[in-house]
Design a protein around this ligand. Structure first.
Ligand code: SF4
Ligand code: MG
Length: 335
């Protein structure tokens, strides 16, 4: 498959009143055409900030890319001029946000917002733009699109609004879509429908998709690969099925065990102890050590490199072998 996006050694800092927050600390990932990469982690893990850097919408200042490379279709986005960059955004890549209500313009009808894409980028006339808007709404499964095209964002349900966001992102058939927690604000059944729609369109159009989420439960059927982030680093990356079978990092294992399961109804849900690290003072050694059930002395002093676990698999844990042997876990035992 064709390489779409290649992020290398990305570092991002935020200057705050209390010091420098190291939000992203050497992230590498890549996405191929037609593939889905799920980027997983708690809030503050750097997953959204990395995506914002890729999209070129990182708030600067205070956010600053201090090192690294972001190549899109072979070209480094960080060294190109703003005009060239703008030409890529929209037709090249598009983003879907969690909160459609604040991402959409409240005083424009959805038809005008969708149509605008075709007017600005494709030189379409009003009437044609309106027709394309209706087509798009139908494509993302909005019933009665021909009438509802005149309505405003607040007149749609949360799930339908999220479909409109997807339609906006798809309008110009970009090569890459980044979806940041696209279903988090929705209730569970609607979540599944929207996720299914996204996966279906991704396959149909052969786009690359980066799916950012804190919920390992929603990506199993959708993603090809998973990258798990913690404290601004990727701590595990693997093909999706390997992760569910046997994670190679205790943090991933904790996330897996925190997914509610039907066969464990009534049982208290596992939760990773402690809080995500303060990015102003990331713990030395392995950043996860204060929360890790397998932590030993070396973990407090030596930062684990990303060890090769198998072809296409890597883990930033000194004890990845032992972690693998533990398997996915059922709720008992260590970690
Ligand atoms: Fe836990 Fe140590 Fe592995 Fe970090 S390196 S995840 S603290 S066992
Ligand atoms: Mg986020």
């Amino acid at each position: 498959p064709v390489m779409l996006l290649d992020v290398k050694d990305l570092h991002i800092e935020f200057r705050t009143r209390d010091g420098v927050a190291r939000a992203v600390n050497g992230v590498d990932y890549s996405v191929e055409a037609g593939r889905t990469l799920a980027v997983l982690g708690e809030s503050g893990s750097g997953k959204s900030v990395t995506a914002q850097a890729v999209m070129g919408i990182l708030d600067t200042p205070p956010g600053r890319i201090t090192r690294g490379e972001i190549r899109f279709q072979g070209r480094d986005l960080l060294t190109m001029g703003e005009a060239e960059r703008r030409a890529i955004r929209g037709p090249g890549m598009a983003m879907i946000f969690q909160d459609a209500l604040s991402a959409l313009n409240p005083v424009l009808s959805v038809g005008d917002q969708l149509g605008e894409m075709f007017i600005v980028h494709r030189g379409a006339r009003r009437k044609e733009a309106r027709e394309r808007a209706v087509d798009l709404m139908e494509r993302v499964g909005i019933p009665g699109a021909a009438e509802r095209v005149r309505q405003y964002p607040h007149q749609f349900s949360g799930g339908m609004r999220q479909r409109i966001m997807i339609a906006m992102a798809l309008a110009l058939e970009p090569a890459l879509i980044i979806a940041d927690e696209p279903t988090t604000a929705l209730d569970v059944t609607v979540q599944a429908q929207v996720m299914e729609l996204l996966a279906e369109l991704q396959r149909e159009l052969g786009m690359g998709l980066i799916l950012i989420t804190h919920d390992l439960g929603v990506v199993a059927d959708v993603a090809d690969r998973i990258a798990v982030m913690y404290a601004g680093r990727i701590v595990e990356t693997a093909p999706v099925h390997d992760i569910y079978r046997a994670p190679a990092h205790p943090y991933t294992r904790g996330l897996l065990r925190s997914i509610p399961r039907l066969d464990q109804k009534g049982r208290e849900l596992y939760a990773i102890k402690g809080l995500p690290p303060n990015l102003l003072a990331i713990p030395p050694g392995c950043a996860f050590h204060p929360r890790c059930p397998l932590a030993r002395d070396i973990c407090r002093t030596e930062e684990p490199p990303l060890y090769d676990v198998a072809p296409g698999r890597a883990s930033a844990c000194h004890f990845w072998r032992e972690t693998l042997e533990l398997g996915a876990g059922t709720g008992d035992g260590p970690g």
